[in-house]
Write a protein that binds this ligand. Structure first.
Ligand code: MG
Ligand code: MG
Ligand code: MG
Length: 308
């Protein structure tokens, strides 16, 4: 393990973080870079479990921190506060990511591939093409699953022509109806019943820091916003505990309806007016309905960040 280059996505891993890690490991091995290993920084969500079950793949090993000098490759993130403990002392060899660049620096040169695409796997798909590597069925389904997850089956405004083209080509390699598979996969991820409120608000939570102002934007996918809101009281209790224990100024939970492409947000903290300004809406009962909003990266985060 120590000699291996560790490949991982962000904390509270989503499908792109896990599947792009697994794909990057396979891609590097095809290039003769054998000593690398995909690992994860947290518990898998049910959507990702569905994919690994489907492919009969083992969960990547869980790590929480990296040692000083550990060689690593980051996928699907770059911000240190979303990465492994100790990342500032690790040796980052490479980053493959589709997010803004912030809270990131290295002391040595590195490979950095950033593309404003809908998904990290779309960037990896291009890497296969550029290097002339063949894509196996397994690799194709891992990448297709990431693209489906990050773009909500190409419906999110983060979707680019590159994601569409990649998914189209990957569908041919996999040889299954990708819409049917994708809907089943997304639905598997919306089964939230056996998660506690604490788990639910941290399943897909991004910690952010703007000039020392710490805030979190968390997101859960559902096929019924109403169902999730039945738990509003316990969710708010969990959010308030998180605000106190982490010294946050704001916590936003976006409950996203993946079928109708809308979100309801719950916002708590000292800086909720940043949310009201961001969407030009008054919160009622700590909530607001955001029509047509599904993307944290493109629609929620930048608007709130501007108003913090
Ligand atoms: Mg991600
Ligand atoms: Mg991603
Ligand atoms: Mg996501």
């Amino acid at each position: 393990m120590e000699n291996n280059v560790l490949i991982f996505g962000h904390k509270n891993p989503d499908t792109d973080s896990i599947c792009s890690g697994l794909v990057k490991e396979r891609l590097n091995k095809k290039l003769g870079k054998e000593n690398c290993k995909a690992v994860r920084l947290g518990k898998l969500n049910k959507e990702t479990k569905f994919i690994l079950d489907y492919l009969k793949l083992e969960e990547p090993e869980l790590i929480e921190s990296v040692n000083e000098g550990q060689e690593v490759i980051l996928v699907d993130h770059n911000e240190f506060n979303q990465s492994a403990e100790g990342i500032n002392k690790a040796k980052i060899l490479e980053v493959v990511d589709h997010h803004r660049i912030a809270n990131f620096e290295t002391s040595e040169p590195l490979y950095y591939t950033a593309r404003p695409y809908g998904c990290t796997s779309t960037i990896l798909f291009e890497e296969y093409k550029v290097k002339g590597l063949e894509i196996s069925k397994e690799e194709a389904l891992l990448m297709a699953s990431s693209i489906i997850s990050d773009t909500l089956l190409l419906k999110s405004p983060t979707t680019t022509e590159y994601d569409k083209k990649a998914l189209e080509e990957l569908e041919k390699i996999v040889g299954i109806d990708i819409k049917e598979y994708g809907l089943e996969m997304l639905k598997a991820g919306t089964d939230l019943n056996d998660f506690s409120a604490e788990e639910l608000i941290s399943l897909d939570a991004k910690s952010l820091d703007k000039n020392g102002t710490k805030f979190v934007i968390a997101q859960v996918n559902t096929v019924s916003i109403e169902d999730v809101l039945k738990r509003q009281e316990e969710l708010e209790k969990a959010i308030n505990e998180e605000i106190t224990s982490k010294g946050l100024e704001l916590f936003v939970l976006a409950i996203t309806d993946i079928l109708n492409s809308n979100s309801e947000i719950i916002a708590l903290g000292n800086k909720v007016e940043a949310v009201e300004k961001a969407f030009n809406k008054k919160l009622e009962n700590n909530r607001a309905f955001l029509e047509g909003v599904v993307s944290r990266k493109k629609q929620i985060l930048p608007n709130i960040d501007k108003n913090i």
